[in-house]
Design a protein around this ligand. Structure first.
Ligand code: CA
Length: 220
């Protein structure tokens, strides 16, 4: 899952990014409204965590602009605790959920999981496909009752594929969901990771579409 975090607070932004990365998300951080809006237009994020008080362009304007352009990406808004009007404005502008500051990381993570689940129309934190069960909460993957040991990068790669079964996913799409910005964005490493994943989850679960990318599970 790739997350766009738009937060100008010089302490909170990097801290949240680190926390979310530890929980298996690939996170890009934008520190002002204009950068955030532009990044959110790229169709690569699964969720946005958006602060409302931002330099250059307010979070509300960013959100309104996305929605007016029919960008339906799930957005969780961060608001000041006492500002009930901000929350109302946030929902009016098209926010999917909000969290007042200061907040506990656990609550943010739980709300993010709920939003992502809703966006993917899942009913639980577990994802099942091709004989594999992936649990978002425990970040584990089980097959035939046995847990498969995966690295963080392998987990992120498999999670993205399991969210998109039967779809052809390009190397570029895959690598974008494996790493944060700043990390090496070389799509050639995808091949190596696919090879390792196949060894762990079964070769037939990932098919190669020559010149296009990879398909997890059954082709549609
Ligand atoms: Ca702020």
């Amino acid at each position: 899952m790739r997350i766009l975090l738009v937060e100008d607070d010089p302490a909170l932004g990097p801290e949240l990014k680190t926390t979310l990365a530890k929980h298996g998300y690939a996170v890009d951080l934008a520190v002002n409204g204009i950068d955030g809006e532009i990044m959110g237009k790229e169709d690569i994020y699964d969720l946005v965590v958006l602060d409302l008080g931002l330099p250059d362009r307010s979070g509300l304007d960013v959100l309104r602009n996305w929605r007016s352009q029919k960008n339906n990406i799930p957005v969780l808004v961060l608001t000041a605790r006492s500002a009930w009007q901000e929350r109302v404005d946030g929902f009016d502008a098209g926010a999917d959920d909000y969290l007042p500051k200061p907040f506990h990381t656990e609550e943010l993570l739980a709300r993010m999981t709920a939003l992502l689940r809703r966006a993917n129309q899942q009913i639980s934190s577990q994802l099942e496909a091709s004989g594999l069960t992936l649990d978002e909460n425990t970040q584990s993957v089980v097959r035939d009752g046995e847990e498969i040991a995966l690295t963080g990068t392998e987990f992120r790669l498999l999670r993205y594929m399991m969210h998109n079964p039967g779809r052809v996913l390009s190397k570029l799409q895959l690598v974008e969901h494996m790493y944060d910005d700043g990390a090496e964005n070389d799509s050639n490493v995808v091949e190596a990771y696919i090879k390792m994943l196949r060894k762990k989850i079964g070769h037939d679960n990932i098919k190669t579409k020559r010149g296009q990318g990879y398909v997890f599970g059954e082709s549609r």
